[in-house]
Design a binder for this molecule. Structure first.
Ligand SMILES: NC(=O)N[C@@H](CC(=O)O)C(=O)O
Ligand SMILES: [Zn+2]
Ligand SMILES: [Zn+2]
Length: 440
């Protein structure tokens, strides 16, 4: 028997407070009748001051399984996702073995189901082994149980324009999308951080903005030419925002994501040579930060995606040049978006629902997430306390890795509860390990 939850005095999308009853996996009643229809066995949550959002959907998560279970497993990464308010994540393809066959994506999909924390949608590789040469079996992955719709060689760029063109053409058959890691490899050979004043001062090899912008410009034109849809991963420069704005004004079917870290952190942080700030694409300048915030606020950038990239201490606690690229993000993403976009008055909670749930679900063609908060809809939801504050302690997080760039920072906003089809995966800010295990 499934538990019923009565959310009293909750603010859907930050609007007028009301009562919401979750029963049988769906939103059963909204409004005054919720209390009377709850029955005696419902768990009552006093939600005064809390915001109710559709469960967050991450289009870009690295779960590391199979292959690097020392950094993250599907179980640990999805538990972290639930704590961050997510009900669905897209698991990136740069695993070992690569997620480039129906067999591997089905394995990831199945392990996600068994873990039970969020729905795991595997991303399929565009090319075999992410090598950029031969197309992977895109059709077989799309038709597999995992029903892959998002394809990406993330970590590597599909740099050969002919291969990119073929991929864009191919995925049209099953309404898929190519998510490009936009990085011209020849312009970033050996690059360590953003190319600019700071890299020159530190003597670290620079990664010019044009390496990202050149690929985005090429790809929006390719997408227009073949009439396909394109998604741009973790866009990071002011120029990239301009190109996407131009492409959209031309009617090109392109979408773009920004990470929480690119909304707030800059290349100045490299001055301490702490590799926790080493990431791909690199942290840029304050001007770029302003531009991506403006682009997110005006809809040029469609979504926020975490690019949660856990790495072991061995791979991160070394000198800058030897360290791996990437930072964790699932458990801090919503707070960073609140601080940079909501607390600054640039976005409403309804906008947050758009960029972290509705739009990513649509881009990934995930039908049962990113739904409106309405009677009869699946109860994939997150309850947020915007007034709460907490200090980020990576050792206390659910992710197996501690490479959070927000260590020691005081962040606003806390996830109080997460519901996956009406079942609480998080309650009182803590993971519901029993409910997940019982479900098996
Ligand atoms: N973002 C990163 O810095 N690293 C990612 C790969 C990627 O997203 O490019 C990883 O897999 O570690
Ligand atoms: Zn990437
Ligand atoms: Zn990534």
């Amino acid at each position: 028997m499934s538990t019923r939850y009565l959310l009293r005095d909750v603010a859907p999308l930050g609007g007028e407070p009301t009562d919401v009853l979750l029963a049988d996996g769906v939103i059963a009643v909204i409004g005054e009748a919720a209390a009377s229809e709850a029955g005696d066995d419902a768990t009552i949550l006093d939600c005064h001051g809390l915001v109710l959002l559709p469960g967050l959907v991450d289009l870009h998560t690295h779960l590391r399984e199979p292959g690097r279970e020392d950094a993250e497993t599907i179980r640990s990464g999805t538990r972290a996702a639930a704590l961050g308010g997510f009900t669905a994540v897209h698991a990136m393809a740069n695993t070992t073995p690569t997620q480039d066959t129906a067999g591997v994506v089905e394995q990831v999909w199945r392990l996600g189901r068994e873990a039970g924390w969020v729905d795991v949608h595997p991303v399929g590789a565009v090319t075999v082994g992410l090598e950029g040469e031969r197309l992977a079996e895109l059709g077989a992955m799309a038709e597999s149980q995992a029903q892959v719709r998002v394809f990406s060689d993330d970590g590597k760029c599909v740099h050969d324009p002919v291969v990119m063109r073929r991929a864009l053409e191919y995925v049209k058959a099953f309404d898929g999308v190519v998510a490009q890691h936009a990085q011209e490899p020849r312009l970033t050979d050996g690059a360590q951080m953003h190319e600019g004043v700071v890299s020159a001062e530190l003597g670290l090899a620079g990664w010019p903005a044009v390496a990202e912008e050149a690929i985005i410009a090429r790809d929006v034109l390719l997408a227009e030419h073949v009439g396909s849809r394109l998604h741009v991963c973790h866009l990071s420069t002011a120029g990239s925002v301009e190109i996407i704005r131009w492409a959209k004004s031309r009617g090109i079917d392109v979408t773009a994501e920004v990470t929480p870290h690119h909304l707030v952190l800059t290349d100045e942080l490299a001055r301490g040579y702490d590799p926790v700030f080493k990431v791909n694409p690199p942290l840029r300048t304050q001007r770029d930060v302003e531009a991506v915030r403006a682009g997110l606020a005006d809809g040029t950038i469609d979504i926020v995606a975490t690019d949660h990239a856990p790495h072991t201490r061995e791979d991160k606690d070394c000198e800058w040049a030897a360290a791996a690229f990437g930072m964790t993000g699932l458990e801090t993403a919503l707070s960073v978006v609140q601080e940079t976009m909501v607390d600054t008055g640039r976005m409403t909670w309804a906008d947050v629902a758009r960029v972290m749930s509705f739009a990513p679900a649509r881009i990934g063609r995930v039908d049962d997430h990113g739904r409106p908060i309405a009677v009869g809809e699946p109860a994939n939801l997150v309850l947020v306390d915007p007034a709460a504050r907490r200090t980020v302690e990576p050792e206390q997080q659910a992710t197996k890795s501690v490479n959070s760039p927000f260590r020691g920072r005081d962040l606003s906003g806390c996830v109080i509860a997460t519901f996956l089809r009406g079942r609480a995966t998080v309650l009182d800010g803590s993971p519901c390990d029993e409910s997940v295990v019982v479900r098996g």
